[in-house]
Design a protein. Structure first.
Length: 299
């Protein structure tokens, strides 16, 4: 099967600073902000526990995270508010296996991927959580992971905003304050790429597209997602790659040039010496990124 490229319109989106004193919060896909100086966090009010199975962590992420997607998870942690009669889930951290093993082995070459190293793929707190909640939550997640033999965590901060086709901002960009403040190493940008945005501003990722092209498990759900947006149903015998190209155009998808997310690496250990024993496969970058990229000048 030959390669069939989707001829979609391109657009460039400005990025926000990666390190600021503002903490991002979410509720039903809408973002808000908390400033670090506001404080107000009371550790006596919260508990952190592993969420057994996929529920209700999966539903929490699908409801509140802007991506409206749930990644392959190895373990998920819940931040619970226990101040009332009934404890409430107010945050979820998902740690799992990236599609590409190099996401882990490139920055942490001496650690066994998926057992000694892992990716933090979702980290979302409700808008009611006060400033500094995430550093406390993340520290407890890391302590539990370390006890289970995990020595390295890779996280990404995405500074590219997401807009709907009509221009409504749904995600202004991630910030790296929490990673910088909790002793993560900044290891530069991930590979620049092109992402496909659907009209609602969510990403139609390359793995999903591959499932359709190769008719792999889960492709039917991906097809229905595009059909619901106006794509025609595939004709009998049609090349799946050809259908995908037509479907994306009919659904109103557009290409966005992504300059690469900022990569942060946590080395876990009970002492500084133990943490620094873990070799990094990528050079440490300084200073931490603080300013958005310049927008390209039209030719």
């Amino acid at each position: 099967m030959g390669s069939v490229q989707e001829a979609l319109p391109f657009e460039d989106l400005a990025e926000i600073p990666t390190s600021t004193p503002w903490c991002q919060r979410w509720r039903e896909g809408k973002h808000s902000w908390r400033h670090l100086r506001d404080g107000g966090f009371d550790a006596r009010r919260y508990q952190v526990e592993v969420i057994p199975g996929e529920e209700p962590g999966k539903q929490f992420v699908l409801t509140h995270h802007y991506s409206r997607s749930y990644p392959a998870a190895k373990v998920q942690f819940g931040l619970y508010d226990v101040s009332g009669r009934v404890r409430r889930l107010t945050g979820v951290a998902v740690f799992g296996a990236p599609v590409n093993t190099a996401v882990l082995t490139k920055p942490l070459p001496d650690l066994r991927p998926f057992t000694e190293s892992i990716e933090c793929s979702r980290f979302v707190l409700l808008d009611e959580c006060p400033g500094n909640s995430e550093s406390w939550f993340l520290a407890r997640c890391h302590a539990t992971l370390l006890a289970e033999g995990v020595r390295g965590v890779v996280s990404f901060a995405d500074p590219v905003p997401r807009r709907t086709a009509s221009g409504v901002l749904i995600m202004p960009g991630h910030v790296g304050t929490i990673y910088a403040a909790t002793n993560a190493v900044y290891a530069g940008r991930a590979t620049a790429r092109t992402v496909k945005l659907l009209p609602d501003g969510t990403v139609f990722n390359s793995r999903t597209a591959q499932k359709i092209r190769r008719q792999e498990q889960g492709y039917h759900y991906a097809q229905e997602q595009l059909i619901a947006l106006g794509a025609p149903r595939p004709r009998p015998g049609v090349d799946p790659a050809v259908w995908l190209r037509e479907a994306l155009a009919a659904a109103g998808a557009r290409n966005v040039r992504h300059r690469g997310a900022h990569r942060w690496v946590f080395r876990l250990g009970r002492s500084r010496r133990k943490r620094e024993e873990i070799r990094l496969g990528l050079p440490t970058r300084q200073p931490y990124p603080k300013h958005p990229d310049r927008e390209p000048v039209p030719s």
